[in-house]
Design a protein. Structure first.
Lengths: 226, 245
């Protein structure tokens, strides 16, 4: 059984009963599967999950996040990744294996307040999530506008197979780096395009629950282009 | 407690209480979720003449660090009455009563909140009583559970609070200030309506075993009514505008 209609649920509400797997944001109580969070229930292929409408960001392995360097010790930086845990960026990730705390100057590479695009390497909650900035599209971010949205609305901003974000990027001539933690960096050579891209993102954040959002955003993008 | 002398008629010959309610009627309850911008979750509740504002922060870093638990998140609650919440100015320093209520509310919320998902963090719940009229602990508990849900903290169920009691030899629902002062017993209940479990139960006064059973029964009925209002508050905030996806 799949494709049951998505329903609005609140904590404690029974989503369904029967032979389903209780997945993300649900628990099994007797025969019932109960939501633990405010969101949209999704019954699919024998499993039940709830897509959250509220709540903070929880680091997951392989997520691309945007972080701000908060401090550093002699061996690692810590980055604010808009979560209840801080990201740990080991110095050896930047300097290589022969890093030495006496000869290498960490602040020369990344100082407090710098923005980074990072990937989460290990998030097991027993310790702070380990992040890396070595990889394609990762590293220090030098230019662009930082925009903050709710982490729950990131999938909406990306759209089905990236349709929404591609539309914004192409029609405003800008590049958007999306962190799964709800932080985005928008950059563009054209200040008007940048402004409009930010406006479109804000519109999506505000109207994330509306059904025909793509059309609305499209309209907004086209209407102001003189 | 125990029937102080008073001029007020707590229950008239028609079975109507001093504020015009029937014995098994709650006061008017209104809840609004998401009223504070700077908090992760919040709620404002009016429970009769009680007015309480609740803010929830977290999960976030634990300070002081030694309080943190590597296995689970921790819940910290602060119930506080504003100096202007009662007739005579209340000293804003936490009183013995406030410390107790903070503790019982924390313990009433703990069975509902799933903090195992956030080890080494804390969830802080601040309940500020702006106006008090008896039954603030139930009202604060009710508001706190809405605010926690608003913050997106995973919960097994919402917790609804409502008191039952005894005044003028009758078992009554939702005890107000006059009935609390001059009545014979007050029994606040915290209840998880879907799981059908009691999370808060206190008794001040004397009840016979029969009366006690009646109190629990109508108290739970009261909690169920309050739960419907909690549900509506959350639905109004999250699902009211726009259509379904």
């Amino acid at each position: 059984m799949s494709g049951e209609k998505k329903r609005h649920v609140i904590p404690g509400e029974v989503i369904t009963s029967g032979p389903y797997r209780a997945e993300q944001n649900t628990i099994q109580v007797g025969d019932n599967i109960v939501s633990t969070i405010i969101g949209l229930s999704d019954v699919h292929d024998g499993s039940v999950r709830v897509i959250p409408l509220t709540g903070g960001y929880m680091p997951k392995d392989d997520d691309l996040v945007i972080g701000k360097i908060a401090s550093h010790s002699s061996l690692s930086w810590t980055a604010d990744i808009n979560s209840c845990y801080v990201g740990m960026l080991p110095a050896s990730d930047v300097f290589g294996r022969d890093y030495s705390s006496s000869s290498d100057d960490m602040t020369a590479k990344l100082a407090k307040g710098d923005l980074i695009a990072a990937r989460i390497v290990n998030a097991d909650k027993t310790r702070d999530p380990l992040i890396t900035i070595s990889g394609r599209e990762l590293g220090k971010i030098d230019s662009g506008e930082l925009v903050k949205i709710s982490p729950n609305k990131v999938p909406r901003l990306i759209g089905k197979r990236g349709s929404m974000i591609q539309m914004i990027e192409s029609s405003t001539n800008s590049q958007v780096t999306i962190g799964q933690n709800g932080l985005l960096v928008v950059s563009s050579d054209d200040p008007n395009g940048l402004l409009k891209a930010v406006q479109a993102i804000e519109l999506i954040e505000e109207q994330a629950h509306v059904a025909n959002l793509t059309d609305q955003v499209k309209e907004m993008l086209e209407s102001k282009s003189e | 407690m125990g029937g102080r002398d008073t001029d007020i008629v707590l229950l008239d010959e028609n079975g109507i209480r001093c504020d015009g309610r029937k014995v098994n009627e709650t006061r008017k309850v209104t809840i609004k979720a998401g009223v504070l911008k700077n908090a992760n979750g919040s709620a404002y509740i009016e429970f009769g003449d009680n007015k309480i504002l609740v803010g929830v922060y977290g999960p976030r870093d634990v300070h002081p660090k030694h309080m943190s638990d590597t296995d689970t998140g921790i819940l910290r609650c602060r119930y506080h009455m504003a100096p202007f919440s009662v007739g005579e100015r209340k000293n804003p320093a936490p009183s013995r009563r406030e410390v107790e209520i903070s503790k019982v509310i924390k313990e009433a919320l703990e069975p509902a909140v799933m903090l195992k998902e956030f080890p080494r963090t804390a969830v802080d719940v601040y309940m500020e009583v702006l106006q008090a009229d008896g039954g603030t602990r139930c009202a604060a508990l009710t508001g706190a559970s809405v605010a926690l849900a608003d913050a997106g903290i995973p919960m097994r169920d919402l917790v609804a609070g409502c008191a039952a009691g005894k005044a003028a030899d009758a078992v009554i629902l939702d005890v107000n200030n006059e009935e609390d002062q001059a009545g014979q017993a007050d029994l606040p209940i915290g209840y998880m309506p879907n799981l059908k479990k009691i999370t808060l139960l206190q008794l001040d006064g004397v009840l016979t075993p029969e009366e006690y059973k009646q109190c629990i029964e109508i108290g739970i009925e009261g909690c169920n009514q309050v739960y419907e209002i909690q549900k509506k508050a959350l639905q109004d905030k999250f699902f009211a505008s726009g259509e379904k996806q």
